[in-house]
Ligand binder design. Structure first.
Ligand code: ADP
Length: 262
């Protein structure tokens, strides 16, 4: 995709000459397109739940012969949709905070094993319905320099995704260990897997392989783009290996300078 977008302008230059101005607007055009896509995506994501809520608000008042069961379902649905909007807005705020943050990622030592243990407790609740076997292999002494809130969100996003995108009674394995002097986090699942053509785009905002499946899990499509920004901030990169029908491995590693092991 090396095509450039050029803008031409011809202006008189003195009596006998014309001046041809060529401006390369490739980057500008791309940024503008991303901005437009983003606004369109956010609007769409908010409009869908609002349509559901408004539908009920318009039909319920004044309606007669409404059964208790229908009313209960209507309230459940409205509650679910409003929670969905709330989560989306929360995630947008997290994303914009991380993008704007200039906090030095290397200032504090973060107790990763402790974070992973709390995340595991949250994961257990989420896992109630799915009944996966979640195993952990954590080096209890391994810590990193970083920003705790950001890292917590990167660690939990990958684990929660593994839970969401694996069919019931799956196997999820989480590792936190030193590999080649680099503190490394790996989450492996034997879930749905992802086709190779999607891998490069997963960290784009709102990119989902299967929208319906992601919606069902309450996903906003922002999780992996949050992870990407957090990792950028810590000089690291998300690595993804996956095979459809076999499972996925999401991982990242911190440079030896950021890895702390007594
Ligand atoms: P979402 O809120 O949709 O989960 P994410 O940004 O976290 O958004 O993930 C983007 C997409 O990547 C998901 O919609 C899903 O299609 C895919 N994905 C993420 N993690 C996994 C995984 N462990 N296995 C299979 N697909 C995954």
């Amino acid at each position: 995709n090396d095509q450039r977008i050029l803008e031409y302008r011809i202006m008189p230059y003195g009596d006998q000459h014309l001046l041809l101005l060529i401006r390369d607007v490739t980057k500008l055009t791309q940024i503008e397109k991303m901005r437009k896509d983003f606004v369109a995506n956010v609007s769409h994501e908010l409009r869908t739940p609002l349509t559901v809520i408004n539908g009920y608000l318009e039909t319920l008042p004044g309606a007669t012969n409404i059964s208790e069961a229908f009313l209960a379902k209507a309230f459940d649905e409205m509650r679910a949709q409003s929670t969905r909007m709330q989560c989306l807005i929360e995630e947008l705020l997290v994303l914009s905070r991380i993008e704007a943050s200039n906090e030095r990622a290397t200032e504090n030592i973060v107790d990763v094993p402790q974070i992973l243990n709390t995340i595991k407790l949250e994961a257990d609740t989420l896992n109630d319905a799915k009944q996966h076997t979640i195993t952990m292999e954590i080096d209890p002494e391994l810590r990193v320099y970083g920003v705790e809130t950001e890292l917590r969100s990167a660690f939990s996003n990958l684990l929660f995704n593994a839970i969401h995108y694996t069919q019931e009674k799956g196997q999820i394995h989480l590792q936190w260990k030193l590999i080649d002097q680099q503190a490394t986090y790996l989450v492996t699942d034997n879930g749905y897997g992802i086709e190779a053509k999607h891998l490069g785009r997963l960290t784009e905002r709102f990119y989902r392989v299967d929208k319906a499946r992601s919606r069902k899990t309450g996903g906003s499509g922002l999780g992996l783009s949050i992870v990407k920004h957090v990792l950028n901030h810590h000089n690291s990169r998300l690595r993804i290996k996956s095979k459809v029908g076999e499972g996925s491995e999401f991982s990242f590693a911190f440079s030896p300078e950021l890895s702390v092991k007594p």
